[in-house]
Design a binder for this molecule. Structure first.
Ligand code: FAD
Ligand code: SF4
Ligand code: SF4
Ligand code: SF4
Length: 419
């Protein structure tokens, strides 16, 4: 019997999944079992859209459709957690299975703390994540560094530190370090990311540590919960998947790779945060960059920490409407509301119409707060710092009115109560 803490190699017995899977096809096979056994009502995974730069989230309810979600799309910069909140009613009544990267898993925890998703109804299969590449950067990089037409590329993979492409007429790999030196490679938040093996999920799957005859053919699975163990046992019992204990040497290698990735994350954090400067210099830089903002609200829409129905940034008492440049208060509100819990998912930067490095600014502040208060977002169910600073009466008012307008009695000219 599989149990929490087990480290195994797993591979599918399903020929169609095997053909499309990134490695052993364990993730897709486990989803197939989860759907067939009614462990989940639906699976949220990712599939290729018009091309490999177009990762599309997809809801699967028929196990026959799962094979199209197999494989890894490294230019897929989606965040699954907010999609469950927005489009699947936070898994309130339905059991949802989701493939998660580290940032997705962290975002789920933060949304659960805010009662925006029901973790009891969510099964998470995690994938280790060395990082993802923005689709725009990927196209430019392939054209300029690989000297290949991005339209002719039909496959990409990241293996042994190289970003490798297959295209009409050949294949080419360049080390991620070299690409990043040249300003390409992974998204900047991914470079700073240290959530490499998402152990908050029920299972954490990857290729690190698969050595010997199974190299490239099996998925390394770390069993992180009893729910995850039951999934593995179920799929094996049905003959859908086979497993064996992970090679101890492979386990050691996996630990070393994870350690090396942490060091790399620290290197990039130092690099990025030092470049921001400190104190007034940092403030000036942030003010100057955010002056380009056109208040499109995309950063708010995608952020897994933003959930207020009545967003304070839309209150004219704080941010006067129709003004350009947008008053800095717009950004100050976001920093004050989110910085304690930012999971560095990069979404706010990825979608920004004005190409403002929003995630960098928020992550830098989150790190300062973490140093001060020791609060680490996205890793456990400890409440965010903000939860402790609200006054009792305010909580009572929120409860009684059902409103999240914390300024209602203060100076909002549009308040029904007036002042
Ligand atoms: P499959 O059966 O092929 O299933 C893969 C699952 O991943 C599917 O559910 C699919 O929908 C989902 N998926 C594909 N692309 C994305 C995406 N962009 N976002 C969210 N879900 C997605 N493993 C490592 O050990 N080291 C790494 O450095 C590493 N980096 C990765 C980076 C990215 C961006 C991704 C998506 C995965 C990475 N992995 C890494 C995990 C690895 O590529 C495999 O996903 C994992 O080993 C499972 O293999 P499998 O054959 O069992 O998965
Ligand atoms: Fe992967 Fe971390 Fe980037 Fe998320 S932020 S895509 S977990 S490297
Ligand atoms: Fe992600 Fe940006 Fe929100 Fe941080 S502020 S959690 S990086 S969207
Ligand atoms: Fe401003 Fe960019 Fe946010 Fe749009 S996404 S509101 S331009 S910071």
């Amino acid at each position: 019997m599989t149990k929490k803490g087990d480290m195994i190699y797993a591979w599918t017995n399903d020929a169609e999944i095997q053909k499309k899977a990134e490695l052993g096809g364990a993730v897709t096979t486990l989803w197939k079992y989860a759907l067939e056994s009614r462990t989940v009502d639906a699976v949220l995974a990712v599939t290729k859209g018009v091309d490999l730069y177009d990762a599309v989230p997809v809801i699967i309810t028929d196990p026959k459709d799962l094979a199209k979600t197999a494989g890894s799309l490294h230019c897929g910069t989606l965040l699954m957690a907010k999609l469950v909140k927005k489009f699947l009613d936070g898994a309130k009544d339905k059991k949802i299975g989701v493939t998660v990267k580290g940032c997705d898993a962290m975002a789920f925890y933060e949304l659960a703390k805010r009662k925006q998703v029901n973790l009891d109804n969510i099964v998470m299969i995690g994938v280790n994540c060395g990082g993802s590449v923005s689709p725009i950067t990927a196209r430019k990089m392939i054209k300029e560094k690989y000297d290949v037409d991005p339209e002719k590329v039909h496959k990409e993979e990241i293996d042994k530190g190289q970003f490798i492409i297959e295209y009409e007429g050949g294949h080419k790999g360049i080390s991620v370090d070299e690409l990043e030196e040249a300003g390409f490679g992974r998204r900047s938040n991914c470079r700073r990311c240290k959530m490499k093996i998402p152990r908050q999920a029920d299972l954490a799957c990857g290729n690190w540590g698969v050595i010997g005859p199974k190299a490239g053919k099996a998925t390394f699975v770390e069993v992180c919960s009893e729910k995850g163990a039951a999934l593995v046992d179920g799929a094996v019992r049905k003959g859908m998947m086979a497993t064996e204990p992970a090679n101890p040497k492979g386990l050691e290698i996996r630990g070393k790779v994870e350690g090396a990735m942490f060091k790399l994350g620290d290197k990039w954090r130092k690099h990025d945060f030092e470049a921001l400067g400190e104190g007034k210099e940092r403030l000036k830089k942030i003010m100057s960059e955010t002056a380009r903002c056109i208040k499109c609200y995309q950063c708010i829409d995608v952020c897994p920490i933003c959930y207020c129905v009545d967003c304070t940034t839309k209150n004219p008492a704080y941010v006067a409407p129709g003004e350009l440049p947008v008053p800095f208060m717009f950004h100050l509100i976001r920093y004050a509301h989110i910085a304690d819990s930012c999971v560095n998912c990069g979404q706010c930067e990825e979608v920004c119409a004005a190409e403002i490095p929003n995630a960098l600014f928020m992550h830098a502040q989150q790190q300062e707060l973490e140093k001060m208060f020791g609060h680490v977002p996205g890793t456990n169910m400890e409440l965010p710092l903000m939860a402790y600073v609200e006054e009792k009466e305010e909580r009572l008012r929120l409860h009684n009115t059902g409103s999240d307008m914390i300024y209602e009695n203060v100076f909002n000219p549009f308040s029904k109560k007036g002042h």
